[in-house]
Design a binder for this molecule. Structure first.
Ligand SMILES: *Cc1c(COP(=O)(O)O)cnc(C)c1O
Length: 400
């Protein structure tokens, strides 16, 4: 390559390299579905559920149509919603993807937004407790459940949250849409909460070629209800409708793709961890650098915690260490000019979204999330990001 040739654009997520690598196995699996012709609830779905259960530490896994449907089905299975003039309240972090909040309203309950922690973007127990007391004092909705979100792939510490929820008789549904494959102290996602939901949207760490998701239950009883709700609330007899359900099945073709991808998932998770470690080594220096107009804080994980690294997300402050959306946006433009794509997850917390703002207390009410929305930037992250690309990205960040 001559110096005058521009470097090729680095993919933010590289599904093309992965599909080239797995093409023979994916073709074989898809061919089998075309041969048997059972496009809905074919044998691949059951086979996938066994594999997912194994990955989830022995959980009962139910494959469903998306991560959003997984959340909705979990809420329905727990009877969260409300009747008459009393609606259930479900506590959700405001710094998340819209699905976490939307399903609460679809189930007939009200979302109560909670702030997150500056250092790891995860639900803040102190804020949760404050919001819980406020709901109790207001008396208009009944606290019923909390949905912690494993943002960017980092599993929420289940123990303190489980104890807090148990003392108040609240259900916990772990939104692990971004964290399938992650673990805490050797326990994999799927075994950390009574009910865990995940997503197989193509860009998630384990993605299919369309929409897909799963509900994982540590006990058989809710799993049976989840299974029934996934297929219109049927009992074992297909025309016996015993509860309200949805059409929430995962296609056999998507299950076939996921089975092929699971053959390399362990290697891909290790590759993601190596990329994250590579970013950390190269970027920690920029956190105190005086040579750049920005200071970046890298995501750090505690000992014993393995993130699935769905995203590698920095916090960006100005040279004086103050929060500054302009500085974050300047860094993004600086990277974009060098062929390095970035993304902002998420530019607006849920309590400030037009669709949900009547459920929150407005700007200033959940300050950490509001500040993070102005400061976060996610860098390219996928298992096929090589050392050359890592160097290029990090050098660009260190050299304004
Ligand atoms: C992606 C995502 C979802 C929704 O998953 P879909 O499969 O796209 O419906 C829910 N919650 C979080 C945190 C997500 O990132």
């Amino acid at each position: 390559m001559t110096p005058t040739q521009p470097s090729p654009r680095i993919p933010f997520v590289d599904l093309a390299t992965q599909s080239r690598r797995l093409r023979p196995e994916i073709d074989r699996r898809i061919g089998e579905v075309l041969d048997h012709g059972r496009y809905v609830m074919g044998p691949e779905v059951g086979e996938l559920e066994k594999e997912l259960g194994r990955w989830g530490g022995g959980a009962s896994a139910v494959a469903v149509s998306s991560g959003s449907d997984a959340l909705l089905i979990a809420l329905l299975a727990l009877g969260v919603g409300g009747g008459g003039n009393q609606r259930d309240a479900v506590f959700v972090p405001t710094f998340t993807f819209t699905a976490t909040a939307e399903v609460v309203l679809l189930a007939g309950a009200v979302p109560v937004f909670v702030d997150v922690r500056e250092e790891d973007f995860l639900i803040d127990l102190e804020s949760l407790d404050r919001e819980y007391e406020a709901v109790r004092a207001a008396g208009v909705a009944t606290p019923k459940a909390v949905i912690p979100v494993d943002l960017f792939g980092l599993p929420v510490a289940e123990q303190p949250l489980a104890e807090w929820a148990a003392a108040r008789e609240l259900e916990v549904i772990a939104d692990a849409a971004q964290s399938f494959g992650a673990s805490r102290d050797g326990s994999p996602v799927g075994s950390l909460a009574p009910i865990t939901t995940t997503s197989f949207y193509p860009a998630k760490p384990l993605g299919c070629y369309g929409d897909g998701g799963a509900v994982l239950c540590t006990e058989p009883e809710p799993a049976a209800v989840v299974r029934s709700i996934r297929e219109h609330g049927q009992s074992a007899d297909r025309y016996d409708i015993v509860r309200l359900g949805v059409n929430g099945r995962l296609d056999s073709l998507q299950a076939a793709v996921l089975l092929a991808k699971l053959t390399v998932f362990e290697q891909e998770l290790a590759a993601r961890r190596a990329v994250a470690a590579g970013y950390g080594e190269r970027l920690r220096a920029v956190s105190s650098s005086t040579a750049t107009p920005w200071r970046v804080s890298t995501p750090e994980t505690d000992a014993g915690v393995e993130s699935s690294w769905a995203q590698y997300t920095l916090r960006v402050d100005d040279a004086a260490g103050r929060p500054s959306a302009d500085t974050r946006d300047a860094l993004r433009a600086h990277l974009d000019r060098a062929g390095i794509p970035t993304a902002v997850y998420y530019p607006r917390p849920m309590h400030l979204q037009p669709a949900y703002e009547s459920y929150g207390l407005g700007a200033g009410s959940l300050p950490v999330s509001e500040s993070l929305a102005d400061r976060v930037v996610s860098l390219p992250m996928h298992p096929y990001l090589d050392q050359g690309a890592l160097d290029r990205i990090c050098e660009r960040i260190a050299n304004p």
